[in-house]
Design a binder for this molecule. Sequence first.
Ligand code: KIV
Ligand code: ZN
Length: 516
Amino acid sequence: MSTRQEDTHVKIFDTTLRDGEQSPGNTMNIAEKLRVARQLEILGVDIIEAGFPIASQGDFEAVQQIARTIKGSQIAGLARANDADIDRAWEAVRDAARPRIHTFISTSDIHLQHQLRKNRDEVLNIAVAAVKRAKAYTPVVEFSAMDATRSEREYLCRVFSEVIAAGATTINVPDTVGYSVPSEFGDLIRHIVEHVPNIGEATISVHCHNDLGLAVANSLAAVQNGARQVECTLNGIGERAGNASLEEIVMILRTRRDLFAADTRIVTEKIYPSSRLITSITGVAVQPNKAIVGANAFAHESGIHQDGLLKDKTTYEIMTPESVGMNQSLLVIGKHSGRHAFRSRVEELGFALSDEELNKAFVRFKELADKKKDVFDEDIEALIAEEVLRAPEEFKFLNMTVASGTVAIPSATVEMNVRGKVIKKAAFGDGPVDAAFQAIREITGTKSRLLKYMVNSITGGTDAQGEVTVRLSEGETIVVGQGAHMDIIIASALAYVNALNRLEHARKKHTAGLYH
Ligand code: KIV
Ligand code: ZN
C-alpha cells in the first residue's frame, strides 16, 4: 500500500481541532470548530481530526456536526483503546463521508509501568481488541502507539504487526514527548518498514511534538524513510511546545520537491488565511518571525537583500508570499464599494461565509468605512472575527460610557446581556479600562484574574482599529480573549467579554484525567 517510496502523496492529517484545541488558550466552541473545519476542507487536508468525542458533550457535538457537514476530507474521532471510547467516537463520526476511528494506547515501558500499570502482553491484547472493535464500525482505522519513540523497538514492531493484522489501515508513530532527533526518528521509521512483516497493508503516520523544537525536522526525516502521513496543526499549536506545524511541513515538501520526491494536496494559497483564522478565533498570535506565516516571514529589511530582490526575486526569495496566500496589505475597498466587491474580497481572503454571515459583516464594513478613511484587509479580517466567527455567547456586550481625564476618577457604565437579561452597572477604576473591566465583572458575577493585557493597532494611522488581547485565569484554566474596535476602551471591553465567554465554555468542558 502507501508506505512504499514510489507513493509520492503525503497525507496531511490535521489535528488542530484535537491536539491543538486541547492546549492552553486554544479552546474553541462548536461554531468556531465548525468554521475551522470548513477552512481545513478548503485548504485541502486529507484528514481532519475533529476532536475526542468522549471528552465532553461539547467535543462530541462538535465532532458530530463536523462529520455531518464536511464532505471533502476524512473525519477522525480520537478514542482510547477501550469499548466506551470507541463506541462514542463512532457515534460522533458515523455520518461522515469517510469516517475514521483513531484509537491509541501507550507502548513504552515508562508508560506501561507508571501510568497503565499493565504488562506488554496485556497492552498488546488491549490494542488488538480496540482495533477489532473499531474495524467492525468502519474500514478506516488508525492505531497510535503512544510514546512510540521511547518504546522498545521489537515490542513496538510486534504491536504494529498485530494491529495491522486486526485491521488497522494506518499505524501512527507518535513522538509524544518530543524527545527524538531527526537521524534517530528517521531510523525508527526505516526499522518499522523493515521489521513489520505486513507493513505494506498500512500507511505509516507520524505525530511529532515540538518540545526540543524538532517536530517538523523529525516528521520530514520520517517522510524520507517511508512515512506517508504527517499529523500536524496550523500555527503548530498543541500540547506544551505544540505539534509539527502544517504550514512548515507543506511548504518544505513543496519548495524542496527535488529532495523529497513527495508532496501534499494542500492548496498552499489558503495557508495564510487559515493561519489567520486560528489566530482570530483563539486570540493566540504567531510570533512575527515564525516561518511561512509570521508577519516578517517575507519582509526583507537589509539593504543588500533589497538590492538583490529588486534585481531578481530569486536572489533572496525561495518561495513567494503569494504562494502561501500572504499578499501585501492592500488598500481594498472603501465606503462606495458594493456588496459584490466586498464578497469577492472576503473570498480572496479565504473566508467562506454564508449569505447571512456576509450580510452581517457587510453592515459592519459600511459602518467602519463611514468612520475610517482606508479599509485594509486586516480590518476586514478583524470585523469578520468580531461579527461572524464569534459564536452565540452567554455574555454579550451592548453599550458603554466612560469618563476619565487628569482630574476625574475614571468610571465606566456598561450595559450587557447576561443569559438573556439586560443588566447595567457603573464602576470606578484606576483607569478607564480598569473601570470597564470592574463593571463587567460586577455584571457577570465573575472572579477571574487578568494575567495579560495587550493593545495592537491593526493597521497604521490614528483612525486605525485597536485590537486588544487579554489573558484571564480562573483556577487552573487560562483563556485568551480578543476584541477590535476604533475605540480601544470598547475593544478592551469586547476582548474581556470574549475571554469570559471562553471561560464559561472551558468550565463546561471537563477533560481532565482522560489520559490516565
Ligand atoms: O502525542 C500523542 O501521542 C497523541 C496521541 C493521542 C496520538 O496525541
Ligand atoms: Zn499529541
